[in-house]
Design a protein around this ligand. Structure first.
Ligand code: M6R
Length: 623
């Protein structure tokens, strides 16, 4: 949570730092949007503007009180942890001649604050960040008269050694108008490298407009960035290195492209997201070639249990994947919310394969679950959409989804791509363990390859669902029912609606209805029902049709998501949304799409900010 940007360019003739930083903050705003700020170094002094509210409010503040042109600055967009979203608590925090921005939570801040207060430091905000800034200033001052006098990098290394918790900390100093110094611990930070200018950001979208060349940093590193280069060390001051990489997407992927919201655009990106996630992962005979997995086949053959750890939408993708893994590979599979995983003392051995699913790759709960699993001796495979993020870095292997940047807080194309990647993993396991013959694997891959066109067919019919969203936008609550893989899809449909439309919604296993939830159904209650394929899930289909009848008989307004040609549902449906025919396990890739479109259009009809729902942030980097 929180987005951070830093820019350092040539002293003469370069870009103006504030313009670069504001651009970056706009792109990072999905990470947190309750306050924003910029500090630049101009004429040997720090100039600061910060404001509660969105980046647009900060821009208005800068328009009213302009900042001097500068080659150096840092900026921040906040998701509040310590201290409410006020002007005073907004970052940057200026302490003496220093300005700092921070992402994360400093757990020992109370102790440090007391120590610094005793030395005479006074604090203007309630934040842990200002304490970190004061500690940095105190450390910097303590170096005076030593060989390290005036060395901001050394001061940052020593400060980082004293901070506990999670932090990415960026600092500029009025006496050093040529550099930004940063430290990273359990919180993301990448360098963007340009020609005679360099950038720092929470993720590459903060500088993608200016460069696609980036450098990953490791946990426990400090970096000093100037216009001409960067130098990486450990917290102990040992020389270290970052890992350069090239960003595979460009700025157009991070723009709305004519859609009303990023969420809507990202829903429409899904055919490409599936195609790109499949691309290059198998040969012409259908043999999977997941070279990037880097885990020996003998280890995969010895696996006797899989635990999928994830949060939110990613966990629902894991729930869908479980059905496929157990069916195709015959390996017992559990799905666990990452934040519950390690606290229940799970049975994890060297034969356990843990699969961590995360769009951002920075979700702290999932990262902690990865660490716990590895400590227990398990191998961990990450399914992730963000190259070089913490979770894939710490896992034994990674299978990237290629959904492109997901900007809207509500996850859509990442969900669909996570299912595809998890299916590829399942098929790979089936291949190396000999659970399936090559032609069986080929047949499933053929089905997967048909999905982009089928999703596109659904999107071509978006207007029907969007109209339904407008019609039902006044509802007090909406229920979602599904069986088998339709169950996690129902949960995902309900989460989307809660998240972007602030509308009470619940997803249930349709079989559970008669055990309690049916009491909720009264006249006019909208109930979405995801109907499995009649061809491939005949028994299940009949049961779900009965469930539709049961709620309809009690006054529900039924919205039935059913395959083309499924006439059995017609008598009991107030609304039918048709999806193309598919194999049972492929259906979530289709049935989720109308639910995403529905939530998006309900939120729009209610006049809400679809991309930045209240109280949320895109990547949850606190536990
Ligand atoms: O980045 P991650 O996939 O690890 O994020 C996990 C959840 O926080 C995320 O899926 C969240 O539930 C979404 N906002 C749902 O749309």
């Amino acid at each position: 949570m929180c987005g951070i940007v830093g820019y350092v360019g040539p002293v003469n003739g370069g870009r103006d730092a504030k313009t670069v930083i504001i651009d970056g903050l706009r792109r990072l705003e999905y990470r947190g949007y309750d306050s924003a700020g910029v500090a630049v170094v101009a004429d040997g002094a720090i100039e600061l503007r910060k404001k509660a509210g969105k980046v647009a409010d900060l821009e208005a503040e800068i328009a009213a009180r302009p900042l001097d042109p500068s080659n150096l600055g840092i900026g921040h967009t906040r998701w509040a942890t310590h201290g409410g979203p006020t002007d005073a608590n907004a970052h940057p925090h200026v302490v003496g001649k220093l300005a700092v921005v921070h992402n994360g939570i400093i757990e020992n801040f109370a102790h440090l604050k007391a120590e610094l207060a005793e030395k005479g430091y006074a604090f203007k905000s309630d934040t842990d960040t200002e304490v970190a800034g004061a500690l940095l200033l105190d450390t910097y001052t303590s170096l005076e008269g030593t060989a390290d006098s005036g060395d901001l990098t050394r001061a940052m290394q020593l400060t980082a050694q004293r901070l506990e918790g999670a932090f990415t900390l960026l600092a500029v100093h009025a006496d050093h108008p040529d550099r930004i110094v940063a430290a990273r611990w359990n919180s993301p930070l990448v360098i963007g490298t340009g020609e005679g200018e360099n950038f720092l950001s929470s993720d590459v979208s903060g500088f993608i407009e200016f460069t696609r060349d980036a450098v990953e940093l490791d946990n426990g590193q400090v970096v000093t960035v100037t216009a001409d280069g960067y130098e990486v060390t450990t917290f102990d001051g040992e020389a270290a290195e970052g890992k350069p990489f090239r960003v595979e997407w460009d700025i157009t992927a991070a723009e709305k492209g004519g859609f009303n919201s990023f969420m809507e655009k990202e829903i429409f990106d899904q055919p490409a997201a599936v195609r790109d996630t499949l691309y290059g992962r198998f040969d012409e005979h259908g043999a999977l070639t997941l070279d990037e997995l880097r885990i020996d086949a003998s280890v995969l053959r010895s696996v006797n249990k899989i635990i999928i750890v994830a949060c939110g939408t990613a966990a629902y993708a894991g729930q869908v994947a479980r059905y496929a893994i157990e069916h195709w590979c015959r390996i017992p599979t559990e799905v666990e919310l990452a934040h519950e995983f390690r606290y229940r003392d799970p049975i994890v051995t060297e034969q356990t394969l843990v699969v961590a699913v995360s769009q951002s790759g920075e979700t702290m709960d999932t990262l902690m679950a990865v660490r716990h699993a590895r400590e227990q001796g398990a191998k961990v495979i990450a399914i992730c959409n963000t190259v070089g993020a913490s979770i894939p870095r710490e896992a034994d292997a990674v299978l990237y989804t290629y959904a492109g940047p997901e900007i809207a807080v509500a996850s859509t194309k990442a969900f669909i791509s996570q299912i595809v990647a998890a299916y590829l993993l399942a098929l790979y396991l089936a291949q190396v363990r000999g659970n399936k013959y090559a032609d069986e694997i080929r047949a499933i891959i053929d089905e997967l390859q048909e999905m982009p066109d089928k999703i596109q067919q659904l999107l071509d019919n978006a207007a029907q669902i969007q109209q339904l969203g407008r019609d039902l936008s006044g509802s007090k609550s909406v229920l979602f029912l599904g069986r088998h893989v339709g169950f996690p899809v129902a949960l995902e449909g309900a989460l989307k609606l809660k998240e972007v439309a602030y509308l009470h919604s619940e997803g249930f296993a349709a079989g559970e209805l008669k055990h309690g939830p049916i009491a909720l159904v009264e006249d006019g209650q909208p109930v979405f029902v995801i109907v499995p394929s009649k061809r491939s899930r005949h028994n299940l289909h009949a049961k779900v049709v009965s469930n539709i009848q049961e709620v309809r008989a009690r006054g529900a307004v039924t919205v039935v998501i059913a395959e083309e040609g499924d006439h059995d549902v017609e008598a009991y449906a107030n609304h039918i949304i048709r999806i193309p025919e598919s194999a049972g396990l492929m259906q979530p890739l289709l049935s989720t799409v109308p639910l995403q479109l529905f939530a998006c259009s309900v939120a729009e009809a209610r006049g809400l900010n679809v991309d930045q729902p209240r109280n949320l942030a895109k990547s949850v980097t606190v536990e």
